[in-house]
Design a protein around this ligand. Structure first.
Ligand code: IYR
Length: 224
């Protein structure tokens, strides 16, 4: 038999006038527009409760059939961070030397990234996000999850806005290939590494590239 969820009243948070809505949306955009991907972190740490709340916030993201197909691993151990840095740099060194196309390297040139990833040891916490393409039922049968990439991408977006809201900084790092994370963190066979996100405070002398965001006309098409 198919059971359906009981429905409960939904309480909207929105009691704003139209004028306030316009003002608040403008302020929200301006706030999010301050977010930047940081590669220069301070060693300064912050309480683990903060990180737990950031991950709970990320885990409120919508997901296919509400399967919440994600696991967030948090690394603060200096020994594990070192192992992750060494393995990531090994892969990245090969990628920059021979796996990435000339066009790709040309596109990255203005960002001046290279295979060296010191931030993996400096940032107080590394969040390694795993996607779960399927669950393993008792007895070993595989049970599919749905829209896994979309769901986990949304959760990572929520995570990044939570980090920014707190005045902390993060980087969406994609060492490639990422299977070394499965091994180092001893993850089960139904998890695949999705994104590595160092989180912390910016270094005192941190800089960011002077990039521009696309304008409204470039990203928005109206059909009125
Ligand atoms: N994963 C590499 C390369 C890299 C790729 C893209 I696309 C970027 O926006 C930035 C870097 C690295 O982390 O250096």
């Amino acid at each position: 038999m198919y059971e359906t969820y009981k429905h409960i009243p939904f309480h909207s948070a929105n009691t704003f006038t139209e004028e306030t809505l316009i003002q608040k949306s403008q302020h929200y955009f301006e706030h999010l527009n301050q977010r930047r991907s940081l590669r220069f972190f301070s060693e300064k740490s912050f309480p683990i409760e903060v990180l737990e709340n950031i991950i709970l916030a990320a885990s409120t993201a919508p997901s296919g059939a509400n399967k919440q197909p994600w696991t967030f691993c948090v690394v603060s151990s200096p020994e594990l961070k070192r192992q992750i840095r060494i393995a990531a740099e090994e892969e990245e060194h090969i990628s920059y030397d021979s796996r990435m196309s000339d066009e790709w390297k040309e596109d990255l040139r203005p960002l001046a990234t290279d295979w060296q990833k010191p931030f993996l040891e400096v940032a107080p916490y590394l969040i390694i996000v795993f996607k779960r393409p399927y669950e393993i039922e008792v007895g070993g049968k595989k049970h599919q999850n749905y829209y896994v990439n979309e769901s986990v991408g949304l959760a990572c977006g929520f995570l990044l806005t939570a980090v920014h809201q707190l005045g902390l900084v993060a980087l969406t790092h994609t060492p490639s290939p990422m299977d070394f994370l499965t091994k180092i963190l001893n993850r089960p066979s139904n998890e695949r590494p999705y994104l590595l996100i160092p989180v912390g405070y910016p270094a005192e002398n941190a800089t960011v590239p002077d990039i521009k965001r696309k304008s409204k006309n470039e990203v928005l098409v109206w059909y009125k």
